[in-house]
Design a protein around this ligand. Structure first.
Ligand code: GAL
Length: 428
């Protein structure tokens, strides 16, 4: 069954008119559901909260812990089924269309803001289209994350006798061996499905290149999913996994990031929200830590765009609050402060083209430069693990097969590739 129909089916029993929100305040209350709960991410989202509160609105924080957002999505669905969705929620990629198709998203409330603030010319067309349903904005994009990063503690590298960040998988394994021999955890990693698939897609990009990544993880081409390149990618994934933190099973990504920051581990493969933890610990990019593209992926950019959707509500105060949030989110001031804290880059074209002017650090400048360059070469591809490439049902199929594969000592890569293709066909 098509994902939109599945979601619509789940919600069909409920009224499309949510219960009235708290209407007593002067300007309005908006509840915002999101999963930005690590220390660094909380600091980033608090910036938005403060700006909205300064404008006289009440920000009801609907934070749901759980990296990658799976728990937040479950909460959101049950809230929608109960007829009580929040005013604003973090939803991303193709999922936005599925939610909009249920009729629960508001296609009117952002109209004037988008027009006044000229969103169509501020944003890349691809980004703008993802935020629209049948031509109307139902979401505001917040920032752009890159997935395929490797985070390095250079002090630990030095102690282990490694003088260069790895740029190939072979160098990565050699560095990991040295880290292990020197008594460090080579690769900090929390064994949660979304983290396993974050590593998986980085390895796929490294082995199969952007074109192969697209065929397999975006177009879901059966030949690419089961072919020799995918088998090779899965073989490399198993090797990468052999260096993962043995205490990392079920661990949150930020607790694993802390192991690199505190000098217990040498590296972590993680999207650039990892930088929010380094920033919170007062560490400086290029000096206290290094961010390099995951080995073999310098020409590729797996993107992940955070966005906030607006749900239909029936009081004017909430609508005004939704508009205020949308206006603030795409303002230059917020774009700079939020991404600086969060580790991402702005979503506005004018800022991406002139990052130095806004004081962004070396990691962010590289990211923006690569984002713009890779958009022209086809190196820019949507992240499967972060809801940008497929529906959540297909993503779930990837997560299951990848995590089982990583955890099964007897797993065979060719067999895993076949299982991937079968699970995806069933989920489509
Ligand atoms: C991503 C999200 C990021 C970050 C990360 C870890 O899906 O886009 O903003 O929160 O999960 O939770």
């Amino acid at each position: 069954m098509n994902a939109a129909l599945r979601l619509a089916g789940a919600l069909s029993l409920v009224s499309l008119f949510p219960l009235n929100a708290l209407a007593a305040d002067a300007k309005g209350t908006v509840e915002v559901v999101h999963w930005w709960t690590s220390g660094g991410e909380k600091a980033a989202v608090d910036v938005l909260k403060a700006q909205v509160e300064k404008d006289g609105f009440i920000w009801k924080d609907g934070a749901v812990a759980g990296g990658g957002g799976a728990t937040a999505m479950t909460v959101l669905k049950s809230r929608a089924v109960a007829g009580n969705p929040p005013g604003v929620a973090q939803i991303k990629g193709p999922d936005i269309q599925d939610w909009a198709a249920t009729g629960l998203l508001d296609t009117d409330v952002l109209k004037d803001v988008a027009k006044e603030e000229k969103w169509d010319s501020l944003l890349d067309k691809k980004v703008a289209d993802t935020m629209k349903y049948e031509g109307d904005y139902v979401a505001v994009p917040v920032n752009i994350h890159r997935i395929n990063w490797l985070w390095i503690n250079p002090e630990v590298f030095k102690k282990a006798g490694i003088d260069q960040p790895p740029t190939t998988l072979e160098q990565f394994y050699a560095a990991a061996d040295k880290l292990k021999a020197a008594g460090f955890i080579p690769l900090a990693h929390g064994g949660q499905p979304w983290q396993d698939s974050t590593v998986f897609e980085s390895v796929v990009l490294s082995v199969m290149g952007a074109e192969g990544y697209k065929k397999a993880l975006v177009d879901l081409d059966k030949g690419a999913l089961t072919g020799p390149e995918m088998v090779k990618a899965l073989t490399e994934l198993k090797k990468v996994a052999s260096y993962m933190d043995p205490d990392g099973k079920g661990q949150d990504w930020n607790l694993e990031a802390a192991k690199v920051i505190n000098g217990k581990a040498g590296m972590q493969i993680m999207g650039d929200w990892a930088k929010s933890e380094w920033t919170l610990a007062n560490k400086v990019a290029g000096k206290d830590y290094q961010c390099v593209p995951f080995p073999g992926t310098a020409q590729g950019f797996l993107y992940n765009i955070d966005s906030l959707v607006v749900f239909k509500q029936n009081d004017k105060g909430t609508a005004a609050g939704q508009q205020d949030i949308a206006r603030k989110v795409l303002g230059q001031d917020f774009q700079k402060v939020f991404s600086t804290n969060k580790g991402s880059i702005p979503v506005r074209n004018d800022m991406l083209a002139d990052m130095g002017k806004y004081g962004f650090d070396a990691c962010a400048q590289t990211s923006a430069k690569d984002f713009l360059a890779d958009a022209k070469t086809g190196g820019l591809q949507p992240s499967m693990a972060h809801n940008m490439a497929t529906t959540l049902a297909v993503q779930g199929a990837f997560f299951d097969v990848v995590t089982n594969y990583i955890n099964d000592p007897k797993a065979d890569p060719a067999d895993a590739a076949k299982k991937l293709a079968a699970a995806i066909t069933a989920a489509k």
